[in-house]
Design a protein around this ligand. Structure first.
Ligand code: NDP
Length: 315
């Protein structure tokens, strides 16, 4: 097929995390002959996670990248056409949805399942990237367990940081919450929980200068941005909770989004404001953000797409 010819299909899935691959398994088994575009980070956020211990069905845990490999192979087994490219443009004007890949390839699809996920925001320190998965994590629910009984730090001041700090405090010896201003953005009730947790210390006006350690974290150097005072906290875990960014830029102007650019779905369903376009996973979920919830919503999106195509008489 030449790069410029239009490819006409029933169902396209954009994204390759648990939501995308689960949608692919269901859509393939329903004979929708889906094409799945992986995006720039095949496997999504789980490929930057080590052990996944909370996904049902893996009693001994599994490495995140291996789990995504398993998901992918299950989708391939039922015939999903997987393409290792990014989708960078859509046009949802007509009943048939137009989608372009980064190479300019144009696809016309009756049903679109969005599973583009979200990306954690990082501080941007060299040590943060180097020690990622070696003591540095952006997910307390995923990785907090590995630091039970230990001293950890978490940076952020929103609801996520407040929630994750109190979550960590339940299993860690001590939690340091690093807040860059003299107040938190988190809701009052979440702040109250933080202030009422005995083993949780808030460090105000505090910036992270460096995460210390060669192969694993053994401390963090912080600086007070008012007094200039520097301190080393003896932590073995460092959590970043400064927000996520949903990967939804290409849908701007086409699909309804909230103020943080998460796509809006009809409550309890996967329908967007455009007929035939369905959304699943973290692109529409800033609350749960778990592999298992993303997979569940990918299943829902595929079932919704199948019913839509059937009701329209397309399949
Ligand atoms: P937010 O964008 O609300 O907060 C991000 C926080 O990180 C801010 O306090 C910000 O500080 C801080 N921050 C950003 N960059 C840096 C940096 N470089 N160094 C230090 N700190 C930094 O993100 P959340 O993930 O907390 O929340 C996202 C949305 O999800 C919100 O609407 C939130 O209410 C919601 N949510 C709700 C929950 C619930 O209801 N249970 C649980 C979790 C999230 P600053 O304040 O100085 O800008």
């Amino acid at each position: 097929m030449s790069e410029n010819s239009v490819e006409r299909i029933q169902c396209i899935i954009i994204g390759s995390g648990p939501a995308g691959y689960t949608a692919a398994i269901y859509a393939s088994r329903a004979n929708l002959k889906p094409i799945l575009y992986t995006g720039k980070e095949p496997g999504g956020q789980l490929t930057i996670t080590n052990d996944v211990e909370n996904y049902p069905g893996y009693p001994d845990g599994i490495m995140g990248p291996q789990m995504m490999e398993d998901f992918k192979n299950q989708a391939l087994r039922f015939g999903t056409d997987i393409r290792y490219e990014l989708i960078d443009k859509v046009d949802f004007t007509g009943p048939v949805h137009k989608i372009w890949s980064e190479t300019g390839h144009e696809i016309h699809a009756d049903a679109v399942i969005i599973a583009t996920g979200a990306s954690a925001k990082w501080l941007g320190l060299e040590s943060e990237q180097r020690l990622m998965n070696h003591g540095v994590s952006a997910c307390a629910v995923c990785d907090g367990f590995f630091f039970r009984g230990q001293e950890v730090a978490i940076v952020g001041a929103g609801d996520t940081a407040a929630e994750e700090a109190t979550y960590l405090a339940k299993m860690c010896k001590k939690v340091h919450l690093l807040v860059r201003r003299d107040e938190m953005r988190a809701s009052k009730i979440m702040q109250e929980r933080v202030f009422n947790t005995a083993n949780l210390e808030v460090h105000w006006n505090t910036e992270t200068e460096e995460i210390l350690g060669e192969d694993s974290v053994n401390g963090v150097r912080i600086a007070n941005n008012v007094t200039g005072e520097k301190t080393v906290l003896p932590v073995t875990g460092f959590f970043v909770a400064i927000g996520h960014k949903p990967n939804t830029d290409i849908f701007e102007g086409w699909l309804d989004m909230d103020a943080n650019k998460y796509l809006r779905a009809v409550p309890g369903r996967t329908f967007t404001n455009v007929e035939g376009v369905f959304v699943s996973g973290d692109a529409q979920d800033h609350i749960y953000r778990q592999a298992v919830t993303a997979a569940g919503s990918g299943c829902m999106a595929a079932l919704d797409a199948e019913r839509y195509l059937s009701d329209k008489g397309i399949i």
